[in-house]
Ligand binder design. Structure first.
Ligand code: KIV
Length: 285
């Protein structure tokens, strides 16, 4: 199958054409290649890699080096999808200068084509500066995993009028600052619908109901590979975690029982060579 290279212009057109945007997280070359081959629109190298790839409790320990390392691998496995990389905790919060330098590193060293950062109006100046450097920025509102300690947990955001209105104001502010799309995480479906209607840029939902312009999931969640925690909004598409356990167990059994490797998995040597060596070392055939 052939697909066309996706850019932020493609995503904007998809909103206008009512063609849902598909996004999945990816963190390595082989997975990126598979996702790309089936026509995913955008691959997000999420800082969720801290949990699903590196085994941290949350995203706060993820470094720029982690993000660059994984983004490079995903970019190498991707032909058509847009490669979007998360800006990790403390790579943009401290200053506009840090924000531009680190967004630049994700593009220059990681080969990302856009960056994503969490937060509302307070980050408008950072977004403006990154966009001015010709780097597309995706916003992220609602549940902000990097603000876990401030929010006190991973609950749904924007349920009451004040917090819902703040979310709308933040969305409009970061749109004005220049974001090319906004991820909405864990917000009520009807609030996500309102945002999708009033915003010019596409919305990408995760736990934000069916009305967004697109959807994103962490692929380990949808494949049941990550077993620590399963959010309510995840749909299981395959039990790959179980399949992996079964395959690894079979491998262990086969090796113990000397069923693997079989003859067809080995390489041949000329009989005369091995006979000569066997006799040199006093071994039977
Ligand atoms: O890091 C991540 O995987 C994300 C998604 C939850 C949107 O930001």
């Amino acid at each position: 199958m052939t697909f066309l290279k996706k850019t932020i212009i493609t995503l904007q057109k998809q909103k206008e054409d009512n063609d849902k945007i598909t996004m999945l997280t990816a963190y390595d070359y082989s997975t990126a290649k598979i996702m790309d081959s089936v026509g995913i629109d955008c691959m997000l190298v999420g800082d969720s890699l801290g949990m699903v790839m590196l085994g941290y409790e949350n995203t706060l320990s993820v470094t720029m080096e982690d993000m660059i390392h994984h983004t490079k691998a995903v970019a190498r496995g991707t032909k058509d999808a847009l490669v979007l990389a998360d800006m990790p905790f403390m790579s943009y919060q401290q200053s506009i200068y840090d924000a531009v330098v680190n967004a630049g590193r994700l593009v220059k060293e990681g080969h990302a084509e856009a960056v994503k950062l969490e937060g509302g109006a307070e980050f408008s100046p950072h977004i403006e500066a990154i966009v001015r450097a010709s780097i597309p920025v995706v916003g992220h509102l609602g549940l902000l995993p990097q603000s876990l300690n401030k929010l006190g947990g991973y609950g749904v955001q924007g349920k009451g009028y004040i917090s819902a209105k703040k979310l709308v104001d933040d969305a409009l502010a970061i749109q004005k600052a220049g974001v090319c799309a906004i991820v909405l995480e864990c917000v009520p479906a009807l609030l996500a619908r309102l945002l999708t209607r009033i915003l010019d840029v596409p919305t990408i939902g995760i736990g934000a109901g069916p009305y967004c312009d697109g959807q994103v999931l962490v692929y380990q969640d949808m494949l049941s590979i990550y077993s620590e925690f399963k959010p309510k909004f995840v749909k299981t598409y395959a039990e790959i975690g179980c399949d992996m356990k079964a395959a690894f167990s079979s491998y262990i059994r086969d090796v113990k029982d000397v069923k693997f490797p079989a003859e067809e998995h080995g390489f041949k040597i000329d009989d005369s060579v091995i006979s000569q060596l066997n006799s040199q070392y006093g071994l039977e055939r």
